[in-house]
Design a protein around this ligand. Sequence first.
Ligand SMILES: Nc1ncnc2c1ncn2[C@@H]1O[C@H](COP(=O)(O)OP(=O)(O)O)[C@@H](O)[C@H]1O
Ligand SMILES: [Mg+2]
Length: 247
Amino acid sequence: MIKVENVTKYYEGRPVLDNISLEVEEGTNLGLIGPGGCGKTLLVKIICGLVKPDRGRVFIEGKNINELGERELAALRFRIGMLFQNYALFDFMNVQDNIAFPLRQEGVLSEQEIEVRVKDMLASIGLPGIGHQYGRELSGGMKKRVSFARAVIRQPPIVFYDDPTAGLDPVTSSKIFLLLKDIRDSLGTTSVTITHDIEGVKDICDNFMMLERGKMIFFGSRKEIEATDVKLVRQFWDGFSDDELNV
Ligand SMILES: Nc1ncnc2c1ncn2[C@@H]1O[C@H](COP(=O)(O)OP(=O)(O)O)[C@@H](O)[C@H]1O
Ligand SMILES: [Mg+2]
């Protein structure tokens, strides 16, 4: 379980996250939405201990992450998969080795087992047979999918996805979202998914949270978000109608 308690973060005297509290139950996926610059990526960085909050606490699996020693923090990081917006692939490794990298670091599976797991993963992201290619030979969308594969290949119990379908076409996006749902359903993964693709996440998240300029303006289930009358939430969730676009 992930628990965030009263997290506040300032940059240049301005609160970019303002007293945020939330919980992500084990085995559930939280959809994190909101306009660009509202604090989504920063919140996820704070949750996984990459950035320290100025106030507030973060608990992962019952442990206050800012009180962990280096060793414990390293052990915890190992249980977390992250797909960041600009998650670069290693240029000097081919796709196969890029995806296999976290498994080799972990050192549990044999080379043969790794090969099978990577092959299966390439098939499920719709890129079978590209293992021998290098990052520079791939399109942006392909790189994104390979980064996704690398983030989840170890089947970590906790995963953070930062805009996993940015720049992908609608067909590929829905494949990624389905895969994300499969991962949660089959492995019981606890995850936070940042996205701009509201239609894509409607069916794959258990709860939704919306930020606006560092403030939480909504947290709740799909049923609750469909019933809320907070204006910005409505606009995000429903999309803008033709009328509104024509004014
Ligand atoms: N390292 C930093 N230094 C200064 N300002 C930052 C830093 N990281 C994020 N911010 C600011 O915090 C706000 C939230 O950023 P971010 O979490 O990246 O937004 P988004 O919701 O688009 O992911 C923005 O106003 C951004 O400019
Ligand atoms: Mg962001």
